[in-house]
Design a protein around this ligand. Sequence first.
Ligand code: SF4
Ligand code: MG
Length: 336
Amino acid sequence: SEKLLEVKNLKVSFQTYAGEVQAVRGVTFDVYKGEALAIVGESGCGKSVTAQTIMRLIPSPPSFIKDGSILFDGTEITRLTDKQMEEIRGSEMGMIFQDPMTSLNPTMTVGKQIAEGLVKHQGLSKEAAKERAIEMLRLVGIPSPESRVNQYPHQFSGGMRQRVMIAIALACNPKLLIADEPTTALDVTIQAQINDLMKELKEKTNAAIILITHDLGVVADVAQRVVVMYAGKVVEQGTVDEVYYDPKHPYTWGLLRSVPRLDDDSKEELVPIPGTPPDLFAPPKGCAFAARCPYAMTVCLEEDPEHTQISSTHSAACWLQHPSAPKVERPVEVGG
Ligand code: SF4
Ligand code: MG
């Protein structure tokens, strides 16, 4: 299928008083039209920075794109002016965040907030935009949308507010929807409902979805492909089946053991990955996971591994994939 987004060797840093933080260190992945791709990793791995850079939502300075390219439907995003980018954000990309309250305007009805972009970017009349707002509220599963459209954000529960955010993000019929930890701030039953909604929207809209999460448990339900990030790099990517049932990177093994899985009824104990990610002021020269990896070899400390292609859709950046590496079995309790 056709590529919608091509991220190539993206490097993003932050300038701080203490020096440069290399938050994204050469990230490459594609998103195909209409697919749902998950980007997974611990907090601080660069997944949110990557997403916000695609949407050009991080202020520059302090952030800056050091290298690489972001091609969105044929347009090089990194070279657009702020004004051109605003136009694309308003009409072709939508984003939802962890906490809907911080992105909703408390003084404006939700109807007006959904309608705003439609009037501004699609030239709809106020009446037509309100009709569309009602239709969007219905699409995201808000009951009695005709009266809810006139209410303010504080009149909605946390889960309903996240639905409103999704309605705003989808109102302009974007080609790409980026959802950054959309359920993290919600309680567990509501999380499941929002995940179901995401799944349903994947069928109902033709938007491609990038789902950013630290929780591999929610990924299989929503996404077809997974990108695993660690310390500002992609360490593994593949189809959901490949990453779940045949993961190749020790970090992915650790992730799979450390998160609860929705489809897993066994009361297996969750094992957190020991240690902490490296300091991105001074990233290690070898594999960034080496300090936490039980399989680390001398070469791992000296040289950063390239991606090895395991199938046409699956790759991992780990020295264990080298033909002369010792054979290591992944821990048995991992995967299906
Ligand atoms: Fe572990 Fe080495 Fe693979 Fe890094 S390259 S994940 S340190 S085995
Ligand atoms: Mg984040």
